[in-house]
Design a protein around this ligand. Structure first.
Ligand SMILES: CC(=O)SCCNC(=O)CCNC(=O)[C@H](O)C(C)(C)COP(=O)(O)OP(=O)(O)OC[C@H]1O[C@@H](n2cnc3c(N)ncnc32)[C@H](O)[C@@H]1OP(=O)(O)O
Ligand SMILES: CC(C)C(=O)C(=O)O
Length: 578
């Protein structure tokens, strides 16, 4: 497979690179979109409660926009992915347009690759030769939607077809008639349904859009049981999503025989609001959505079916599509399209479950902890609109550390990756060390880098004192214990003696006698690193000098007393350095 490309554009001409002033007066070059008048719109008060009928058009609209259109192998891979995810209507191509599309369709049919509950959809223009070829291509398929389109917008009527409204209606009606007749020629076992798109619907006067669609309905004679799909494409997204929703509601309210059609939408993303447009269109009465995985498609793309589906899911609505292995879905789509999915793409991007910033990390960390501790099923974690595990991601990359991070992020990684629950005051101290490194390097601190720093700072700081062994003895006539520790002092092995109520206090006493370091232990915590009999213990000491300076020490050992004594020496070494 060729590598996935991240840049598909040529470099800009040099002289334009730094020109920051737009030379054109937009008030003279562009005009505001004229909305349809719908003051009594009802869609704003109609929440979404169920998934629409989905139609995946990756193999047609997505494919026609690729730098390297898919060959049969990639097409089969995409088709099988879409089927596995649960799409039941899949536009597989424009079979009359290219031999590859034709051959792919024949391969799907002849090799029996179409599941019995999946309907394939094929696109054709309103041209006799193309329609005839389309029917050749679909013969033998179990269930087909033949999708006829012609542009109806004022602009295209004028510049592309040089026809008036009546001329375009005539083109559509003739096309529909040819499609209806073509359907009579296919073998009986192939169930044929029809779809008509007044292409460039968003640039079409609404009264004319209704007029041409009613004329096409007159040919297909749909019924409630065998409805015609009227697909209303935002071939070019031209307005804010609310205006698009007004168009859809207006169309549905005006069309005669609304109950005999399924209204489908097909948003493109020219203004970057295709998802919103689709959602509001569904509120406005659309029954069906055509789109592609991750929004591949002409120019800025089609509406993204993954985002739409998971937006429903996160509102507690079953999208009817399986997104449980989104990394795999993304991988297949990237291989088929030879285009990358952006790291910030909703739900699927590499970085969408990752927090670098301190306050986000802190909140996520606390949220996950509450979820764990309370065993609650309702997902409520700050900054994470969905549980990453629901889409096949892990919590591994949820928190990553750079100069924007705080103690919460550091604590999370130390616990998650190394099982070390840093006490709060040590979190503060260690995160400052990490932040300094991140600031100085300007880079991310990966988990192994963090561990190396932790090790070097707290476990490997062996000057002047390094622990070797210890023994404790009761002291006759006293409740205190005597301790003899074998240590290295700046590399030389030596015994030091002290007394105290326990081994920790006794070692502090021994150090004071040996070096004069007037250290006291302010706090002490210890926990096992792994459950089991050979578990290691990790001990944390917070120690201070009389002048108020505070330092921490950490010790790890299979013996809990030895772990604590190592932590005392680690803290002593830091204080000696201070
Ligand atoms: C919005 C969309 O995505 S629509 C789907 C678009 N997809 C594609 O175009 C991909 C596949 N297309 C193709 O391979 C080619 O365009 C073909 C095979 C379909 C047609 O190729 P050609 O015959 O060379 O026509 P070409 O596309 O250059 O020209 C378009 C002609 O068809 C006419 N036309 C365009 N759309 C339609 C239509 N829906 N119905 C009838 N005629 C149409 C145009 O007016 C123009 O006519 P003219 O030759 O009299 O000026
Ligand atoms: C053919 C139609 C549905 C289309 O692809 C579009 O308008 O974008």
């Amino acid at each position: 497979m060729p590598p996935v490309v991240f840049s598909t554009t040529s470099p800009r001409p040099k002289e334009r690179q730094f020109a920051m002033t737009m030379p054109i007066d937009p008030t003279r070059k562009y005009q505001a979109f004229t909305p349809v008048a719908l003051p009594d719109r009802t869609w704003p008060n109609t929440p979404l409660t169920r998934a629409p009928i989905w139609c995946a058009v990756d193999l047609r609209d997505g494919n026609q926009a690729l730098i390297e259109p898919m060959g049969i192998e990639r097409k089969v891979m995409m088709f099988q992915l879409l089927c596995a995810m649960g799409y039941k209507e899949i536009e597989v191509g424009f079979p009359a347009a290219s031999q590859t599309d034709f051959d792919f369709l024949r391969h799907l049919i002849d090799a029996g690759l179409i599941p019995s509950d999946v309907t394939i959809q094929v696109l054709t223009q309103a041209r006799e030769d193309l329609i005839n070829r389309t029917f050749e291509a679909v013969a033998g398929a179990p269930s087909v939607i033949v999708h006829l389109y012609n542009s109806t917008s004022a602009l295209q009527r004028r510049v592309v077809f040089n026809l008036d409204r009546a001329g375009i209606t005539d083109l559509a009606v003739r096309g529909a008639t040819m499609v209806r007749e073509g359907a009579l020629r296919v073998p009986k076992e192939t169930r044929v349904r029809f779809e008509y798109s007044p292409e460039s619907f968003t640039g079409t006067e609404m009264d004319y859009a209704v007029e041409v669609c009613e004329a096409v309905m007159g040919v297909f004679e749909p019924t409630v049981d065998n409805p015609l799909i009227l697909n209303l494409p935002a071939t070019v997204e031209m307005s804010t999503p609310n205006i698009h929703a007004d168009q859809i509601e207006w169309f549905g309210r005006t069309l005669r025989g609304r109950e005999r059609v399924l209204i489908s939408v097909h948003p493109h993303n020219d203004r970057g609001t295709a998802v919103a447009a689709a959602e509001l269109a569904l509120m406005a009465g659309a029954d069906r959505v055509e789109g592609t995985l991750f929004g591949n498609g002409e120019r800025t793309g089609n509406v993204d079916l993954v985002t739409l589906g998971l937006n429903l899911y996160t509102q507690g609505i079953d999208p009817g599509i399986d997104f449980s292995n989104l990394p795999h879905i993304r991988d297949v789509v990237e291989r088929c399209n030879r285009l990358p999915v952006h790291p910030r793409h909703p739900y699927a991007g590499d970085l969408v479950f990752t927090a670098f910033s301190g306050s986000h990390q802190d909140a996520i960390n606390k949220g996950l902890k509450v979820m764990r501790e309370t065993n609650q099923s309702l997902w409520e974690v700050p900054y994470l609109p969905i549980d990453p595990q629901d889409v096949g991601r892990t919590y591994e990359a949820v928190i990553r550390v750079n100069s924007q991070s705080g103690k919460g992020g550091v604590a999370y990684i130390m616990e998650q990756d190394y099982g070390i629950r840093l006490p709060r005051s040590l979190q503060v101290e260690f995160s400052k060390i990490i932040q300094k490194i991140a600031d100085e390097t300007g880079e991310e601190i990966t988990s192994p880098m963090m561990w190396k720093t932790f090790e070097a700072t707290y476990l490997g700081n062996d000057k002047p004192y390094a622990f070797i062994d210890h023994q404790t003895f009761p002291e006759a006539g006293s409740r205190e214990r005597l301790l003899t520790a074998t240590v290295k002092v700046n590399g030389a092995v030596k015994s030091v003696d002290g007394r105290g109520s326990g081994p920790v206090e006794a070692l502090v006493d021994a150090i004071r006698k040996d070096s004069g370091l007037a250290m006291t232990i302010d706090d002490y915590e210890e926990h096992t690193l792994r459950p089991g009999s050979d578990a290691q213990a990790v001990a944390f000491m917070r120690a201070s000098l009389p002048d108020g300076r505070i330092r921490h020490g950490v010790g790890i050992d299979a013996n809990i007393v030895a772990a604590a004594l190592k932590a005392v020496l680690s803290a002593a070494n830091h204080l000696a350095e201070a």
